[in-house]
Ligand binder design. Structure first.
Ligand SMILES: OC[C@H]1O[C@H](O[C@H]2O[C@H](CO)[C@@H](O)[C@H](O)[C@H]2O)[C@H](O)[C@@H](O)[C@@H]1O
Ligand SMILES: [Ca+2]
Length: 544
């Protein structure tokens, strides 16, 4: 519990870090755990509460670590288990928490469970995976990695059978109808929890169970298994969280919260593309609509919101028409498209315009939920669409304008990925060191925004209501928590907008900006007139 009796994750800000990309301590060209430890003070100064680290386990890295070959160790690129323990201690010493990915749905085909499963039909591992004589079962399940996979079944010569996989064919799905698999995963959870981590971001949870005649997503049996993991957590640990990665509509994510007995948190996927839509169209309607589709969730559970992450900007939760529009607007070069999404970072998507970047962040922070900042987006890093798969949004963190952006002292050609060095987004221009010294930098603005948001738990806990919905060029959100109100205003257009709001219910109160502390005067019984500059946002406290 936090100081005010609220579970810590309710008002947390998360920071997503890819250790490979963050800082290289031994100059082999690959970021590592000790490198991350050396940057914990930077992360602490950002004002976030919890670091989410991408998979660090031994892996052939066909899916950047989401293909796990051993759940009980650290990939040698990243360091050792001892390093990992130290990371947790050092983070905790600074008041930072750490959650890690729990990849439940599948393993790597290099995992010894799969190797034994395919070659020893009588071993207990045969039934750890989903095998079939034919490739025509579960035909209603969609293919997720559309650009590379042609089927969810792949024939395995050794086994003489087809195996089931929702992602790459190098990632066979585990068979959750087998209780032994559930026990294995509980052991995995225990191992990392005992190491001191504060919870898990549970990867790809909708796909655990397959049933004929369904799309094999969100099945009741899947929820039963997930509830079992939660029970295990609750019975053995305190203050640890489970965060669901279910790329689904909010009504379907609701089930992942259960009655407050499944996940503590769940990503809100579909609000994300609609923030980009609203900004490009200069129209708040997409946000109004998706929030009207967002149900209340149980007490002590929380949405987790984001603008970008390590994957493509997913367009799974939009209509076909909206997807085509998003691609046309935000991915004009076909190379920017991947599967059903867009492989670009926040700053390039938003024209490297600090007004739009800050507005998008402030808008995200004004909606219910606990936000995640994706590493590098706090300084407006660019991307490299020419790299394989999603690697273009996972390039080295830009610390300074010196060799390899300060990420590593290895020879540049030996880095796991080249640093961004194109004109507008070059590390020589966009880097932490330069922005540290500039009070008006994106980094310092982001720090301030995070500070203000955290100082006012109303953003995390308050009810929300949209005002002036007919004025679609602006988004107006009134947050309320007990007798406190904050008005969040966003001009989604490139022209000055006048807003006229009926705030008579708060007559005589002072309007004070939470961003700069300036007073805008007292609220009157008549309509309150406000003016917003192009892409300006305001967080206004209505003080009693
Ligand atoms: O472990 C396999 C994948 O799992 C996550 O995938 C999610 O991202 C996909 C887009 O790349 C998305 O379409 C899908 O609905 C999600 O489950 C993880 O974030 C990926 O990095 C990983 O490849
Ligand atoms: Ca290294």
């Amino acid at each position: 519990m936090s100081k005010n009796n609220m579970p810590w994750y309710m008002n947390a800000v998360f920071y997503e870090v890819h250790i490979r990309a963050y800082c290289d301590s031994n100059n082999d060209g690959i970021g590592d755990i000790l490198g991350l430890i050396s940057k914990l003070d930077y992360i602490k100064n950002l004002g976030v509460d919890c670091i989410w680290i991408l998979p660090i386990y031994p892996s052939p890295l066909k899916d950047d670590g989401y293909d796990i070959a051993d759940y009980y160790n650290v990939h040698p690129d990243y360091g050792t288990l001892e390093d990992f323990k130290r990371l947790i201690q050092e983070a905790h010493n600074r008041g930072l928490r750490v959650i890690a990915d729990l990849v439940l749905n599948h393993t790597s085909d290099q995992h010894h469970w799969f190797q034994t499963s395919r070659s020893e039909p009588n071993s207990k591992f045969r039934d750890y995976y989903v095998w079939s004589d034919t490739d025509d079962k579960y035909a209603d399940a969609r293919i997720i990695f559309l650009d590379t996979e042609v089927s969810n079944w792949t024939y395995d010569e050794k086994a003489g059978l087809f195996f089931w996989h929702r992602f790459y064919s190098s990632q066979p799905d585990l068979n959750y109808d087998n209780p032994a698999v559930v026990e294995e995963m509980q052991r995995v959870m225990k191992f990392w929890l005992e190491m001191g981590i504060d919870g898990f971001r549970a990867d790809a949870v909708p796909y655990l169970i397959e049933r004929e005649g369904t799309n094999c997503e969100n099945l009741p049996e899947t929820h039963q298994i997930l509830k079992g993991f939660r029970t295990y957590l609750d019975e053995n640990y305190e203050d640890k969280i489970l965060l669901a990665e279910a790329n689904q509509w909010p009504m379907d994510v609701l089930a992942y919260f259960g009655d407050g007995d499944e996940f503590h948190m769940g990503f809100h996927f579909p609000v994300m593309p609609r923030i980009y839509m609203a900004l490009r169209k200069g129209d708040a309607s997409p946000i109004h609509w998706i929030m009207s589709q967002t149900p209340d969730i149980p007490d002590n559970t929380q949405w987790c919101t984001f603008l970008r992450n390590h994957d493509e900007l997913t367009l799974e939760m939009v209509t076909e028409e909206e997807r085509q529009w998003m691609w046309a607007e935000y991915a004009p070069d076909p190379r920017m498209r991947l599967n059903l999404g867009i492989r670009r970072r926040l700053a390039p998507l938003l024209d490297n315009d600090p007004r739009k970047i800050m507005l998008a962040n402030a808008l995200l922070y004004s909606l219910p939920g606990a936000p995640i900042v994706y590493y590098g987006d706090e300084i407006g890093m660019g991307d490299n669409i020419w790299l394989y798969d999603r690697n273009g949004v996972r390039t080295p963190m830009q610390w300074n304008d010196r060799l390899n952006a300060g990420f590593s002292e290895a020879k540049p050609e030996t880095l796991y990925a080249p640093v961004i060095d194109n004109e507008e987004f070059s590390y020589k221009v966009i880097n932490v060191e330069a922005q540290e010294h500039d009070p008006h930098s994106l980094l310092n603005k982001m720090r301030h925004l995070i500070d203000v948001r955290k100082l006012h738990p109303i953003f995390a806990l308050g009810a929300y209501e949209f005002l002036a919905k007919e004025h679609t060029k602006c988004l107006c959100i009134l947050r309320t928590h007990s007798d406190e109100q904050v008005l969040c205003l966003f001009n989604l257009t490139n022209s000055v907008q006048q807003l006229s709001l009926d705030l008579a219910a708060f007559a005589d109160r002072d309007i004070v900006s939470l961003i700069d502390g300036n007073s805008l005067g007292k609220i009157k019984l008549a309509e309150t007139e406000l003016e917003l500059e192009p892409y300006e946002f305001q967080w206004l406290s209505l003080k009693c």
